[in-house]
Design a protein around this ligand. Structure first.
Ligand SMILES: [Zn+2]
Length: 189
């Protein structure tokens, strides 16, 4: 999947924010609200932009709220409800007042950014993530957002495989399920 490399990075940020900031379960274990919210928010942003600067306390709190709203999109697509996902993305586009603007920085060619009007880091990322997911949902790859299907895991992913067969958030979850299936097959009756 390659909408354009910039958008792929933005979608990875959406995935990273949901996985780092929304409580639930992760790879078989409970995943509480992170104790160090700025560190978790920074980790989420670096999922798409590895050199992203560290996030402060107030931006981190705002990003945690954004992440909760982004999670709704992944969960809706995962359960086959693209209508709900699209409605949620439209709400996020409205709230973040995402506006397109061509930018050029860090030696990159001109590319489209979608920022909010407030100029805050969290506001800009809310607008960017909403637009990134809108581009995915408006494309033939709309079913490529997902929630891990391994037991006791609700982390999310974007499936960039050629044939779109990804089901797990991570290799550890894939291995947990494989091992369980193998044990079930080899258990003596
Ligand atoms: Zn998982």
């Amino acid at each position: 999947m390659d909408f354009n490399s910039h958008n792929d990075g933005v979608v990875l940020v959406a995935v990273g924010l949901v996985n780092a900031l929304t409580p639930g379960e992760r790879r078989g274990r409970p995943f509480p609200v992170p104790a160090d919210l700025p560190a978790a928010a920074t980790e989420g942003l670096r999922n798409g932009y590895p050199n992203h600067r560290e996030v402060g306390e107030s931006d981190a709190g705002e990003l945690a709220e954004v992440a909760e709203r982004l999670r709704v999109v992944f969960e809706a697509v995962s359960s086959g409800d693209v209508d709900t996902a699209a409605g949620q993305v439209n709400r996020l586009l409205d709230e973040s007042r995402a506006r397109p603007r061509l930018d050029r920085h860090d030696g990159e060619p001109w590319h489209l950014h979608f920022h909010g009007p407030g100029g805050t880091l969290a506001g800009d990322w809310a607008a960017s993530c909403a637009t990134g997911l809108a581009i995915v949902l408006g494309s033939e790859f709309h079913d490529r957002l997902g929630v891990c299907t391994a037991p006791h895991c609700d982390r999310v992913y974007v499936d960039v495989s050629r044939n779109g067969t990804r089901r797990f958030c991570s290799t550890p979850c894939q291995n947990r399920v494989k091992t369980a299936a193998f044990r079930a097959r080899t258990r003596t009756p």
